[in-house]
Design a protein around this ligand. Structure first.
Ligand code: PAF
Length: 304
């Protein structure tokens, strides 16, 4: 059997997005190993993409016990809030040469990783790919979307460029960007303005646009996030963020937001890594964010 010369990916969190990436990379000839709680030595995942479907049998390792195989990249696609716990068993022995690509909603999860291992190479990525889990093993592609990847440390930008090319070759529309911090904040702002409000009003994304109370809150969230972004040294305007949030709510009108899906399933939400991250940054700069604070309190209280 021919041995692949393509980089070996470890994928932590084979949910909707992690599963899509694992399947696309494997179909492009990359060795891919799933890390998770699976006890089985292999797991078959299926991707449904319109009339096409593909499947792959992946080797699986329990990330709590595993000795990692030699690999060139680690994709972290867990929920933001699960990152620290999922990586804790692996962190002490992670080779510093193994880059971690963080393909997750939210921000702030990297702080705990860098506190434990300041030598880690972290490459954040954001995506608008629309994918959902039909069942435990089937991923359904609703929209290919666009993915961006960059480096927290500019010295690692060439690696982000290489990975963008690998993903592009695997059919994942990706570009490498040099302003990933700013782009993450833009996405964060949109998620802060949509996700908690879909939980408050128990509605699909598009229904926020027909609700004057929700629109006023969206606008206020965006104004607060813009003030924090400016304090972080980024160009931002509340009006522009509000316009983006409305455009995304319109483009995803029929979607159940990830936060509403989590809340309805009784799972922990990502509020701490969305509006909660805004509050942590705001506190550092002495900025008041009462609307974001009220949403964090409300959504966190609903979890119990
Ligand atoms: O978190 C989500 O659900 C998505 O990022 C978004 C853009 C709100 C669409 O549903």
């Amino acid at each position: 059997m021919a041995v692949s010369t393509r980089p070996h990916w470890l994928v932590l969190g084979a949910g909707a997005i992690g599963g899509l990436w694992a399947l696309r990379l494997a179909a492009a000839g990359h060795p891919v190993t799933l890390l998770g709680r699976q006890a089985a030595p292999t797991r078959r995942l299926v991707l449904e993409d319109g009339n096409h479907s593909l499947s792959h049998d992946f080797p699986c390792l329990d990330h709590r016990r595993a000795q990692l195989p030699a690999a060139e990249r680690l994709l972290v696609a867990t929920k933001a809030g699960a990152t620290a716990d999922a990586l804790a068993p692996l962190l002490p022995a992670l080779p510093a040469t193994l880059p971690l690509v963080l393909l997750q909603n939210g921000m702030g999860q990297e702080a705990a990783l860098l506190a434990a291992r300041p030598d880690l190479v972290l490459l954040p990525a954001i995506t608008t790919a629309g994918v959902f889990c039909r069942d435990a093993d089937t991923r359904v592609l609703a929209g290919a979307g666009q993915t961006r990847i960059g480096a927290l440390d500019a010295a690692q930008q060439p690696l982000a460029d290489t990975i963008a090319r690998e993903w592009q070759a695997a059919g994942l529309a990706t570009s490498a960007v040099t302003d990933i911090a700013a782009q993450r904040w833009q996405k964060l702002a949109v998620n802060c303005a949509i996700n908690p409000l879909t939980v408050r009003f128990r509605c699909r994304n598009g229904a926020l646009l027909d609700n004057p109370e929700a629109l006023a809150l969206m606008e206020a969230v965006c104004a607060e996030v813009a003030a924090v972004m400016q304090a972080e040294g980024l160009a931002a305007s509340g009006d522009a963020l509000f316009a983006s949030a409305q455009a995304v709510a319109a483009a995803t009108a029929a979607n159940t937001s990830s936060m509403l899906a989590d809340a309805e399933a009784g799972r922990a939400t990502e509020i701490d890594f969305l509006n909660g991250h805004v509050l942590r940054c705001a506190a550092r700069h002495g900025i008041a964010c009462p609307v974001n604070a009220a949403l964090v309190t409300e959504i966190a209280a609903r979890a119990h």
